[in-house]
Design a protein around this ligand. Sequence first.
Ligand code: ADP
Ligand code: MG
Length: 398
Amino acid sequence: MAKLTVRDLSVKGKRVIVRVDFNVPIKEGKIKDDNRIVQALPTINYLVEQGARIILMSHLGKVDHKDPEQTAADKAKNNMAPVAARLGELVKTKVSFVPETKGAALEAAVAELKDGEIVVVQNTRYEKGESKNDPELSKYWASLADLFVTDAFGSVHRAHSSTVGIAEILPSALGFLVEKEVDMLGKAVYEPVRPFVAILGGAKVSDKIAVIENLLTIADKVLIGGGMAYTFLKAEGKEIGKSLVEEDRIEMAKDFLARSNGKLILPVDHVAASAFAEDADTKIVDNDHIPTDYMGLDIGPETIALFKKELLGAKTVVWNGPMGVFEMKPFAKGTLEICTAISELPGAMTVIGGGDSAAAAIQLGFKDKFSHISTGGGASLEFMEGKELPGIAVIKEK
Ligand code: ADP
Ligand code: MG
């Protein structure tokens, strides 16, 4: 069942609100990484070429609405102006910026739009009602346009005015980025070519329970690394020293192990460190020799070999969560080696979901070496959990 996409809309001369994810890192008014803006260009350029009148909306950072002083500070910090300026450099049409989320200036800018031109609206979170999916706000925003396109994959797991509210009112469709995300993640998780191997890591089991649960029922193997492996090892009765552990998840880890039919594969050795620090003393130890005053900060060489063996012949691989504390050089090897192994699998569909995993892969130079690196941290996790994403659910089937 395919959803309507921007190709199904007749957009010439129409006012089209596009919800994009322009939530880029900004420091002292300078954009540190414009990848999210770049990712939105296919949809924006298509609409420009088709002669739509484009109204771009996005959130940027967080805006507190409880304490007025904080609200003012957050608004100053999360002003969309530099984003609009950067977009102006990336597209070949006129881009105007409205520093408001409501009112006469915004309405005038929209009325003045010519076919193929763009208005960027101020940060949607300037409005208190945005994250509450306030019906009045949604109605007002919808009144500015004829059509709505959702292209902010990083926000589709949130039922906000700009992601769901407007879409409930206007004829709506998916943009190219969201279409690609749904297609790639959907193929990997719901129509995997087998063998299907899932690799899960990262910090906490508690963040990933629903993902583990869902992938255990679908994947042929689930390899567990990173900090969350230690809760599983403790559940198996191992001494894990000062490694990350969630005591209140040990029973659940036991249950997963008991039900997994050998699908769950845990690390067999570790890079154990005397402290959570780049210059800590390190030792390679197996599961029975983690010193009581050391902590496991990366998978060890035997585990890398074991995981590579399990990956051999895989035709679908979904990876979420780094294998170690990749931000520190001495603990980045596991993540790097697994990243390399996945990227070299012949003919496999390889997908990364999860904010830090995607960042790790890009930082390690693997940007173009996977079939798909998801742009949505939380959204890709919820997708892999098998949850319905409200910003996608609201779009009609063809
Ligand atoms: P993602 O964003 O891809 O879903 P997470 O947010 O779950 O991933 O986890 C990422 C974090 O996990 C990283 O900051 C990394 O340093 C941390 N991490 C990985 N392995 C360990 C470990 N053994 N001990 C502590 N932290 C770890
Ligand atoms: Mg994360």
